[in-house]
Design a protein. Structure first.
Length: 234
């Protein structure tokens, strides 16, 4: 995806990217590729592929949420900053928290944040379930991109969402997981508000956005430990 096609496809999402944001993404790409030489951040390194599979893909979240109306967002298992850091660049007024269990990635994200002079953004080195226990009912939106199965992610992420807020899970083809996962959503006092299935431009690979709205109280025993959650999913 060339920069021009990237701009055109973003317009279809209702995003009019400005020159400063384009420069920030360009710098982000350069830092990503440079750091990737010494640590594994991504297997995707060609510029046009990064713009398509990381930058554009991150911004497809706008298909199911208007981030101009959101105050804060937590990206769980953010990795190299997708989607949370990209969302922050395009929606600078948003307060973003990036959570990852690998400190090397957190150090990289701090470098990018510093280089891009971003404000109202935090990086947290922690496991998702541990962070969730200390940050219940805090976020308007929690998101996660292809980190774990939906039943596990629901238990880790939904307790962090404010009542009335949403957890948006980013997946490839999620049809099988959705069939299996109605139980955990009910136990966690939430409901599926929207499922958006589409194809990524150019390569036509399947993407699914699952927007789950939290409707009420979640028992304080959730989230359980990762070992327990994996062994006996809800």
């Amino acid at each position: 995806m060339s920069e021009q096609l990237f701009i055109e496809e973003l317009k279809k999402l209702g995003i009019n990217i400005n020159s400063n944001q384009l420069k920030q993404l360009e710098k982000y790409y350069e830092l990503l590729i440079e750091k990737n030489k010494v640590m594994n951040l991504t297997n995707i390194t060609e510029k046009e592929s990064v713009y398509l599979k990381h930058f554009y893909d991150s911004l497809t979240l706008t298909k199911v949420e208007d981030f101009n109306k959101v105050e804060n967002l937590c990206d769980v298992g953010t990795g190299a900053g997708f989607p949370g850091l990209v969302i922050k660049i395009i929606f600078p007024n948003l307060h973003v928290v990036l959570v990852d269990s690998l400190n090397k990635r957190i150090k990289f994200l701090k470098e990018v944040i510093s280089e891009l002079n971003l404000e109202k953004i935090e990086t947290i080195h922690a496991r998702a379930e541990e962070y969730a226990k200390e940050n219940r009912n805090r976020f308007d939106i929690v998101t996660s991109r292809a980190v774990a199965r939906l039943s596990i992610l629901n238990e880790f992420c939904l307790p962090m969402v404010k009542i009335g807020g949403s957890f948006i899970c980013m997946k490839g083809n999620a049809s099988e997981e959705l069939k299996e996962d109605k139980k955990s959503i009910k136990i966690l006092n939430s409901r599926i508000e929207k499922i958006e299935e589409f194809f990524l431009p150019i390569e036509e690979s399947t993407r699914t956005l699952i927007k789950i709205r939290r409707e009420g109280h979640i028992d304080y025993k959730y989230p359980r430990s990762f070992k327990e959650t994996k062994k006996k999913p809800l």
